[in-house]
Design a protein around this ligand. Structure first.
Ligand SMILES: Cc1cc2nc3c(=O)[nH]c(=O)nc-3n(C[C@H](O)[C@H](O)[C@H](O)COP(=O)(O)OP(=O)(O)OC[C@H]3O[C@@H](n4cnc5c(N)ncnc54)[C@H](O)[C@@H]3O)c2cc1C
Length: 384
């Protein structure tokens, strides 16, 4: 057993950490106020080769392994949760097109995602539900060499400014369930697309919102994978985002723990450092140990993914546990800063608000626990 990262992975961590601390962290709080993530940031991430970096170099990627990708997510989570979202959506959409797209789609779509020229969104959730993801209602009706899209996607990260979306649409009947759903890669500048932005608690720069499709015509060549196989073929196997989200959240919480350790050591009360009191030091000791355990779970899942080994329930465990733990730890860090922690000037409240979003996004704790239970117990634990 070896818990060490490779030399290349350590170098990657140092490089990303220095970049993110220098270029991103100083603007993290301003982006929350402005509710804006400048395009230059996305292009810069592309220049650094951080967008969908596991894509084949022939299509603009770096063929990076998943453990290394996890390192990038952990470091971005520490310094700028919003920028980490760009990494997340690019990685997910890039991975799906890489493995399920045809040669033309890979050549046409991937280089622009990897360079940051295009910000992609992923559209599964609809107003009628997100957990019951296979019951998509947005329709794609075949019309000659096109499909006509009608319906709505809701709660979509980057909805207010993404350039493209990989979305799930119903090409079959409702009764067909997941087998009647197909995936399409759609240009969001197409006639008939409109947008609305949500007012969110956190990750305000992301511009989560609704996308409306009113008789939007897309060529048949925009369908990724076979018709009716959107869930079965296209979405399955893309659960690595769960471990990456875990590391984003662990990174954000660890940054606050590091800052809080320093704060309570320096802060003087009752004739000495606040850190003398176990009521102050124990919550930080507990947080450090629990975050370490969650972090290891995330890296174990990614390490297994790199080796092609099954890791589904581990990834679901990361997605349930790490955001929940991170939100609790961040709350504790906020409290250990006393009245200062309650001010918008310190970043702990923002990190906590940002992390809470990912207790829901990409699947809630209940759905993740169902996935774990199903692997442990079998289909009898199906839950619906
Ligand atoms: C910050 C953020 C970003 C997001 N980004 C995207 C995105 O980019 N693309 C996208 O498609 N979606 C996105 N989503 C949507 C997200 O995936 C859904 O919100 C999520 O899957 C839950 O769906 P829902 O909100 O419809 O809740 P529902 O499915 O209505 O669930 C409501 C509650 O009931 C619980 N519940 C539901 N079914 C069961 C069950 N069988 N057993 C036990 N409990 C159950 C849920 O856990 C939840 O607590 C995002 C959400 C957030 C908050």
């Amino acid at each position: 057993m070896d818990f060490n990262f490779t030399e290349d992975q350590n170098l990657l961590r140092r490089t990303i950490s220095e970049f993110a601390a220098r270029e991103l962290a100083p603007h993290y709080q301003e982006r929350d106020k402005d509710e804006d993530l400048p395009r230059e940031v996305v292009r810069h991430l592309g220049e650094l080769g951080l967008l969908a970096p596991m894509v084949d170099p022939a299509y603009g990627g770096q063929a990076l392994d998943f453990v290394a990708l996890g390192i990038a997510f952990e470091e971005f989570g520490r310094h700028d949760f919003n920028a980490a979202y760009v990494l997340l959506l690019s990685a997910l959409v890039g991975a799906i097109i890489s493995s399920r797209g045809d040669e033309r789609q890979k050549r046409e779509y991937l280089p622009a995602i990897c360079s940051g020229e295009v910000v992609p969104a992923l559209g599964v959730t609809e107003p009628s539900g997100g957990s019951d993801a296979a019951h998509v209602k947005l329709t794609a009706r075949r019309d000659g060499d096109s499909y006509i899209l009608d319906g709505e996607k809701s709660s979509i990260s980057f909805a207010s400014w993404a350039d493209t979306i990989l979305l799930m649409a119903r090409t079959g009947t409702i009764e067909q369930g997941a087998r009647g759903v197909s995936a399409f890669y759609v240009d969001l500048k197409s006639p008939g697309v409109s947008r609305a932005r949500f007012r969110d608690l956190g990750t305000k720069a992301i511009g989560r919102g609704q996308l409306f499709f009113d008789s939007v015509r897309v060529p048949t060549g925009a369908r990724v994978g076979d018709e009716g196989m959107g869930f079965i073929q296209v979405m399955q196997g893309f659960d690595f985002s769960r471990s990456l989200i875990g590391l984003m959240c662990v990174g954000a919480a660890q940054q606050s723990v590091d800052e809080t350790c320093k704060y309570v050591a320096d802060r003087q009360a009752f004739g000495g450092s606040l850190a003398r009191f176990e009521g102050v030091s124990f919550p930080l000791a507990e947080a450090a140990v629990q975050l370490r355990a969650a972090r290891l779970l995330c890296y174990e899942a990614l390490w297994k993914k790199d080796r092609g080994e099954p890791h589904g329930w581990l990834a679901a465990g990361c997605k349930w546990w790490a955001p929940e733990l991170a939100a609790k730890v961040l709350h504790q860090c906020l409290l250990l800063h006393g009245h200062l922690g309650f001010s918008m000037d310190l970043p702990h409240q923002q990190r906590m608000r940002d992390v809470i979003g990912l207790e829901i996004g990409d699947g809630t704790a209940q759905i993740m626990k169902l996935l774990v239970a199903r692997e442990l117990i079998g289909q009898v634990a199906r839950g619906y």
